[in-house]
Design a protein around this ligand. Sequence first.
Ligand code: DC
Length: 227
Amino acid sequence: MAELVITIDGPAGSGKSTAARLLAKKLDAAFLDTGSMYRAVTLAAMKAKIDLNNEKQLLAVLDKNDFKFEAKQDKMLVSINNEDSTEQIRSPEVTANAKYVASSPKVRQRLVQMQRDFAARYDKVVTEGRDQGTVVFPDAIAKFFLIADLAERAQRRQAEQSAKGINESVESIQNALDRRDKSDRGRTVGPLKPAQDAVIINTTDLPIDQVVERLFEIVKTKCSNKN
Ligand code: DC
C-alpha cells in the first residue's frame, strides 16, 4: 500500500476532482479518480446492452472486459479493451447510468479492490470519490469531505459543459445534480458521507487555489504530527 494516502470525497461539483488533481501535482503523488472506474464499467455495460439493474450481468461485464486505469501527471487515462475511453466515459448518458453500477454491492466490492491495487503501485496517492475515506482507505493520513451549495455546483458544471461546447440550462443541471446527490447518499453500500475523521471544507465561496492551499497545509500538519 502507498505510504501516503489522502482521500477527498464529496458530491458532484464540489470541486473535489480539480482539488485532488492539483493537490496530487503539488505533492508529486498519483491521482486516482474513482468515479472514472464506475463510469468505465457503465460504458462497457451500455455497449454490451445488458440490464443495468442485473448484478450478475454487471459482474460478467467486469470479467469480460479489460479495464486499465493509468495515472498521468494530471489526469487518469482509461482504456477498455485497449481502446482509449478517457473522454467517452464523460458523456451525459454514462453520467446518468452510473448510478446503477454504483449501487451494486458486488461491483463496488470489486472496484474497491481495484482502487486498493492501484494505490499499492504508488508511494503517494490522492484519491477522490464518495467512499474513499469511509470504506476504501480508512487509514488514510488525511481525509477531506468537500461540499458546496447546489446552485453553485450547478453553475460550475454549466461552465465546464459550455467550455466543451455543450449547452444545458442551469436548472436542468441543478435537477440532475440533485437526483445524483440523492442516489449517492441513499445507497446502502458505500454511500456518500464524510468519514468521522474527515475535515469538511465548504468550497462555495472559496477559489480552487485556496481550497488546494488549505488541503496542502492540513496534509503537511498531519504528516509532521505523524513523524
Ligand atoms: O465523480 P463522478 O461523477 O465521476 O462519479 C461517477 C459515478 O460513480 C457517480 O454516479 C457516483 C459514483 N461513484 C461512487 O459511487 N463511488 C465512488 N468512489 C466514485 C464515484
